[in-house]
Ligand binder design. Structure first.
Ligand SMILES: Cc1ncc(COP(=O)(O)O)c(C=O)c1O
Length: 422
């Protein structure tokens, strides 16, 4: 028996019951030229803009205009420690301690900086495991790390693949890879929530398996931050990085998060690339490097305040809502989406995302028969915004902060209309 019902009335009733319903009006929802709101399902790619973002950025523009360089100490939110204003909220979102988290750079840059520290290959233990369908940037990052250290990128890369005719990864297969080749593996770099299938992997288990073979374990959390509750500290993974422009609604190309587990916080032996922002006493210019303990010690440069202001606008909202409430709504909303799609019972589409809510976030990946891209195009033509990922998937993410049950209902009604033979 499903917990859900069909019909628009049911969707509207669920929206009425939703404790988070008032957050939708705090976002700019794009509209068509008749003033109708788009149905926006791509928070997994670029989150919508909170209405408060402009004020947060304007504050910094004004302080810059009025104070110039003095803004570093005299701005309403002094710029010198600005990155620290983001730390507590970000730590809560990913389930970390404040010393484990910092916002800096962009995701792929952070992955490289983290690999400088945590990918320390030897002649015999140098291989890196990634998912066979890892996001291309991660693949390129590990390939070039292998080459940088003088290894053959093809030979040094091990792919954790789904089994034949399956879409999802099976943890037993990672176990087997480690059993057979663990002595040669230096690092696992895994997408915590896979960008293509939406599969949320068991981070704790991955960390245990990797550590049992003396490998370092890193997580790309691009599709996890602000979506699932990854509990990074408890998972025991060594490091993680994520962008903030997806579920964290901080604007195109905005800065990224970085996590380094507390167990490495005071290890001064770890190799790293440093800059003046890694240093404990920043304006003491003539001192030797004294690295700040914890994640902050991986920073290089003074951060872009305008971008951080946009992140602060978003994180203040996340802090108010809390991940527990968000996740609770998310599970219900995505479950409803899945229910409606399954009710269509149409052989042209198939959800490949796990049906177990513990193994997914809000995204559902809909595989389209014969890779018929038209379906995605027709949705886009009616301002239902999803994304197409090659070879054959439409990704749709009802995000709990601004998507409603009615959005989901209307989306699936349109899907039904497009799929039905004319
Ligand atoms: C899983 C994943 N990893 C890495 C990236 C690359 O992020 P960036 O361009 O911010 O480095 C993305 C971007 O969408 C992504 O989805």
């Amino acid at each position: 028996m499903s917990d859900y019902n069909l019909g628009l009335d049911y969707a509207k009733q669920q929206d009425q019951l939703d404790d988070l319903k008032h957050y939708r009006s705090q976002f700019h929802i794009p509209k068509d030229n008749k003033g109708n709101e788009w149905l926006y399902f791509t928070g997994n790619s670029l989150g919508l803009q909170p209405k408060s973002t402009k004020d947060y950025i304007n504050q910094e523009l004004e302080d810059w205009a009025n104070l110039g360089v003095e803004g570093h100490f005299e701005a309403k939110n002094p710029w010198m420690p600005y990155h620290e204003y983001l730390t507590n909220s970000m730590a809560k979102i990913v389930g970390a301690k404040p010393i484990e988290v910092v916002v800096m750079n962009t995701l792929t840059t952070n992955l490289h900086l983290l690999m400088v520290s945590f990918y320390q290959p030897t002649k015999t233990k140098y291989k890196i495991v990634i998912e066979s369908d890892a996001f291309p940037s991660d693949r390129y990052a590990v390939q070039t790390q292998l080459e940088f250290h003088g290894f053959d990128a093809n030979e040094g890369l091990i792919e954790w693949k789904p089994r034949k005719d399956e879409e999802l990864l099976n943890i037993e297969d990672l176990e087997n890879i480690l059993e057979e080749q663990g002595d040669e593996i230096a690092l696992l770099l895994i997408g915590g929530v896979n960008y293509y299938t939406g599969q949320y992997l068991n981070l704790k288990k991955i960390a245990e398996l990797g550590h049992a073979k003396n490998c370092k374990v890193g997580i790309d959390l691009a599709h996890g931050a602000g979506n699932i509750k990854p509990e990074l500290h408890d998972s025991g993974v060594d490091f993680a990085a994520w962008c903030t422009y997806k579920y964290l609604n901080s604007g195109p190309g905005s800065l990224a998060g970085l996590f380094v587990h507390e167990k490495h916080a005071y290890n001064k032996e770890l190799k790293r690339f440093a800059g003046w922002w890694s240093h404990n006493k920043r304006f003491n210019m003539r001192q030797p490097l004294d690295v700040i303990p914890g994640a902050e010690g991986w920073q290089l440069s003074n951060p872009p305040i305008l971008s951080m202001a946009a992140i602060k606008a978003s994180l203040d909202m996340f802090n108010e809502v809390g991940m527990d409430a968000l996740r609770k709504k998310s599970i219900k909303l995505t479950g409803y989406f899945e229910f409606l799609i399954n009710e269509l019972n149409n052989h042209k589409i198939k959800i490949i995302t796990p049906s177990n809510p513990d193994e997914r976030g809000c995204q559902l990946s809909i595989q389209v028969k014969n890779a018929d891209k038209n379906l995605h195009q027709k949705l886009t033509d009616t301002h239902i915004i999803t994304d197409w990922r090659e070879p054959d998937v439409i990704r749709c993410a009802p995000t709990p902060l601004y998507n409603s049950f009615e959005d989901v209902y209307r989306m699936v009604e349109k899907l039904k209309e497009i799929l039905s033979p004319s």
